[in-house]
Structures are given as C-alpha cells and as structure tokens.
Design a protein around this ligand. Structure first.
Ligand SMILES: [Zn+2]
Length: 189
C-alpha cells in the first residue's frame, strides 16, 4: 500500500523526478492511516508492506499511526521524505518519524550543491530569489524555477550565504560584486 501527500503530480499520485507515476492513497489531513489499512484488510485486501512518500508532510499523529501499523498489524512501513524545511527547521512529521522510527537511513543517491559539495539543505526561491520566511509547506516545482515558488538543494555553507546557483552565476558575471555579497553574518553557527 502506498501513501503520499502533496505529490507534485497531484492528489493520489506518487511521482519521481524521472517521470514515473503510480497510484497512491492521499494521506491528507485527518486521514487515519492505521484505520485505512485495517479497513482494507477487513475487506479482504492484501497488504504486504506500506510505503509513505513525502512523509515530511504527515501530521505527527499520522506518524504515530504508522508505528501502530508496524506494532499491531506486523507490517513493515517504509517512509521517505526530507527532514528539514527551507528555514532548516524539522518538519513536524519528520520530527515524529525521527522520534519513532526503528531505523533511519540517509539515501545513498546524494544531491549536489552547485559548488559540488553534498547538498544537505533545501532552499526555497520565489521569483528566482531565495527566501527564508514564509509558510512551512508550499509545494513547488524544481523544474520551474523562474516564477512563483521553486526549490533548490544547497550545501549548508551556500544555504547560510543565501547563494543559489542563479545568485552565484549573477555574482560571477558582475565584476563589481564580490561572490560573498549575499552573505549575512549570523554569528556562531
Ligand atoms: Zn555549495
């Protein structure tokens, strides 16, 4: 059984950036994930294991329901997602997952910052400019960075310096601006 939440491909879909799409159950606010699985089983449905994508968007109580699926139904649950938002704060759902999970794993397919370092932080851009304030959840599109909301993964250094690939390109093209022009001194990190 596959749950997802706010996938880019739309409600009830699980998509990958490679373009693969499969049907999924939308884990919307208020949906009892434990109750949903129990209902499927009681109707004679077969569930081998449970996959949850975009798990950072789950409510903390839905993560508790996932733990109950493991403990009471004896099913494995594999939850995938990111840990922190564009302000480097844990999503409430991710926090609860870290608190309850039997096992945590960093996926081996590692994203790179434009500088080549390992990308560990998500930047949100609005109209191409990196922002550090706003709603925690705004679903954007990594392939459409120009208007409205987009996302870019950065290393921590460039997330702190607010330097997206576009900002770095602009800085490199301008002889008057030092490449650290966007840096904000935040004191001890
Ligand atoms: Zn970097």
């Amino acid at each position: 059984m596959i749950f997802t939440r706010d996938d880019r491909a739309g409600e009830g879909k699980l998509s990958s950036r490679l373009g693969l799409v499969t049907e999924a159950v939308e884990a919307g606010p208020g949906r009892d994930l434990y109750g949903y699985v129990v209902e499927q089983l009681s109707r004679g449905g077969k569930v081998d294991y449970v996959i949850v994508d975009e798990a950072q968007f789950l409510a903390p109580e839905q993560v508790d329901q996932l733990a109950r699926i493991v403990d009471d139904l004896n099913l494995d649950v594999f939850a995938f997602g990111i840990t922190t938002d564009f302000r480097t704060r844990l999503f409430p759902g991710s926090q609860r997952l870290i608190e309850l999970a039997d096992r945590l794993a960093t996926l081996q397919v590692e994203a790179m910052c434009w500088c080549g370092a390992r990308a560990t932080h998500n930047a949100r851009t609005v109209g191409g400019e990196m922002v550090i304030e706003g709603e925690q959840v705004v679903v954007g599109d990594v392939h459409r960075p120009a208007e409205d909301v987009g996302y870019e993964v950065l290393c921590r250094r460039h997330h702190r310096k607010r330097m997206t690939s576009a900002a770095a390109r602009a800085a490199a093209l301008s002889p008057d601006v030092l490449p650290v022009g966007a840096e904000v001194d935040e004191g001890a990190a």
